[in-house]
Design a protein around this ligand. Structure first.
Ligand SMILES: Cc1cc2nc3c(=O)[nH]c(=O)nc-3n(C[C@H](O)[C@H](O)[C@H](O)COP(=O)(O)O)c2cc1C
Length: 204
């Protein structure tokens, strides 16, 4: 059976482009894999806590306090979901040239030494394999080509975060120029939908 893990990370509710496209992509995946199980997180509505002095030992170290123990339990749960997933579908708005902080927090909880990656004599090694990720990125401007490509710290960063834990089969779909007016926004959404229709039909 196919397991799909869905991670939304927009702070925008009904107006979110990534959430709209993630819902479309999920529908496409479920059409291709009718019996699939779906695990979902809307991090914009229910964020994973940021790493602070109060909870750090839950992620790296020995949890002692109740907060640290709760953080370890949450991290273990998020890692288990990730390990169980065949397809990871991520909605990633560009915030200040990179990912939203809630998505970064999710990664802070699932990049765990000895569990999703290991330090070896040859350097760090990802411990997950056989997984596919589909990442839908929405941006106000244009970064996939042209002068702003050099300041796209979102896509290379996401590629690295996934590769670090062994997920190298990552497909990025862009909805760009969202801030260029309604026509540009509609064109971006339709363009992304067309790409997603091809991708989700073939995933996993
Ligand atoms: C806090 C914040 C920061 C943003 N930073 C950028 C940015 O650096 N570059 C850009 O092109 N658009 C930026 N935007 C615009 C969003 O990328 C755009 O609205 C996109 O549609 C957000 O995805 P969503 O619709 O799923 O929320 C920003 C929006 C917000 C709310």
């Amino acid at each position: 059976m196919t397991n799909i893990l869905v991670i939304d990370s927009s702070a925008n509710g009904n107006g979110s482009v990534t959430k709209l496209l993630v819902a479309d992509a999920l529908a496409g995946l479920l059409q291709a894999h009718p019996g699939a199980t779906v695990t979902r997180h809307d991090l914009g509505a229910n964020p994973v806590p940021h790493v602070t002095a109060d909870n750090l030992a839950g992620l790296r170290g020995e949890p002692v306090t109740e907060t640290e123990k709760a953080t370890r339990a949450l991290s273990d749960q998020l890692v288990a979901e990730l390990k169980a997933a065949d397809v990871i579908l991520v909605g990633a708005p560009m915030y200040n040239f990179s990912v939203s902080t809630v998505l970064r927090s999710w990664f802070d909880h699932v990049l765990r030494a000895g569990i999703t990656f290991a330090y070896t004599a040859e350097g760090p090694k990802g411990l997950l394999d056989g997984k596919r990720a589909i990442v839908i990125e929405a941006r106000g401007g244009l970064y996939s080509e042209g002068p702003a490509k050099a300041i796209d710290f979102q896509e290379p960063y996401l590629r690295q975060l996934f590769a670090f834990i062994g997920i190298t089969d990552v497909t990025f779909v862009h909805a760009e120029k969202i801030g260029f007016g309604p026509d540009a926004r509609s064109a971006a959404i339709e363009g992304a939908r067309a790409k997603l229709a091809n991708i989700t039909g073939q995933a996993a």
